[in-house]
Design a protein around this ligand. Structure first.
Ligand code: MN
Length: 347
């Protein structure tokens, strides 16, 4: 396997999951009590916490490891650096006080890991969006004092979406700090999950993208990016389907505004697609598929599409080889694996 110098680029994987035994224990306690009010959480973590399939047990162990096993996995697949984020739903399930305390303690642990392995790991902060002012303060602490590189939000927050202005202190902080907000998937909110559940479509197979794509469109039409024009966002999974929808979203949004159809839709300064082109960046997590990658690169620009593996959920060595073989110029490939991540996350 060539080293980064021979290869011409470092492979930086930009949506890599981790968590702590404490958070896993708390998830398990919530599942046992059954008082969390989130059928998607029960479906997904109920499975991972109890299933005895080798894949589930393996994921459960790998996601909690931040040292020897993870580094060996990275070496085995040629990943030079992981950008770590607390796995979904993060601390978003907990009561606000518990969530704030856990966000701070996990950010401290993550920063300590990064300090031990500065060439192998960087991290995004976890915050408790259910306590927006505290979340903004924790983001500032995590960036300015701990050296973390942005923040991850796992889509809906107990059924609420961040287009509600009560959450906008988080966006104001991210814009002021000039760090990205990574909108990572979650299972669909309790209001919309029922038709997904009975066919097991609620998680990575499709529900994540439906939930997260909806969330991002809500942010756009609510005017978040008119209020915060320099806000940088990152979306995984090649944009959760949205790049395929730009034409129709723009066309229909114009009609909805002109007809004044809803108090929830006001005129925007720009077409919805322009925010997706200029405020957002896209990672390939879980989407090792050349036609889709090429499409998003053409549409959004080679400077907006970054490599991600989605470790440990999609830990597939052959996908790294396939990404290496993408039909890109050396400069485009450097941007894809390394340069874009270094610029967007200031690595
Ligand atoms: Mn992920």
């Amino acid at each position: 396997m060539p080293n980064p110098a021979e290869r011409g680029y470092r492979r930086i994987a930009t949506e890599e999951a981790w968590t702590t035994p404490e958070i896993m224990q708390r998830y398990q306690q919530m599942l046992e009590r059954g008082d969390h009010g989130d059928p998607g959480f029960a479906s997904l973590w109920g499975f991972f916490a109890t299933s005895q399939t080798p894949r589930a047990r393996d994921l459960y162990e790998r996601v909690q490891d931040l040292e020897a096993r993870r580094l060996a996995d990275m070496d085995a697949t040629g990943i030079d650096m992981q950008l770590l984020m607390l796995t979904a739903p993060g601390v978003q399930m907990f009561d606000p006080d518990t969530a704030c305390a856990l966000a701070a303690s996990t950010n401290d642990q993550l920063a300590e890991t990064v300090r031990r392995h500065p060439s192998r790991f960087a991290g995004l902060a976890a915050v408790a969006p259910q306590a927006p002012q505290a979340a903004a303060a924790e983001l500032e602490r995590a960036v300015t004092r701990l050296g973390l590189k942005g923040v991850v939000i796992n889509s809906h927050v107990n059924g609420e979406y961040l287009d509600d202005e009560k959450f906008w202190d988080i966006f104001a902080a991210a814009e002021a700090l000039d760090v990205p907000v990574y909108i990572h998937p979650n299972t669909p909110s309790p209001q919309m999950i029922e038709p997904f559940l009975s066919r097991c479509l609620d998680a990575a197979i499709y529900g994540f993208a439906a939930e997260t794509g909806l969330h991002v469109l809500r942010l756009i039409v609510a005017g978040v990016f008119d209020r915060f024009p320099r806000l940088k966002m990152v979306l995984g999974h090649l944009g959760e389907g949205l790049p395929y929808w730009l034409y129709r979203v723009d066309f229909m949004h114009g009609g909805i505004v002109r007809a004044n159809r809803s108090p929830g839709v006001k005129p925007l300064q720009r077409a919805p697609s322009e925010y997706l082109r200029e405020n957002f960046h896209y990672t390939t997590s879980g989407m090792c598929w050349e036609p889709a990658i090429t499409y998003v690169q053409q549409l959004m620009g080679h400077d907006r599409v970054m490599y991600a593996m989605d470790y440990p959920y999609q830990f597939v060595k052959e996908e790294v080889d396939a990404m290496d073989a993408l039909p890109l110029t050396p400069a485009q490939k450097h941007a894809f694996f390394q340069g874009n991540a270094e610029r967007v996350f200031k690595l």
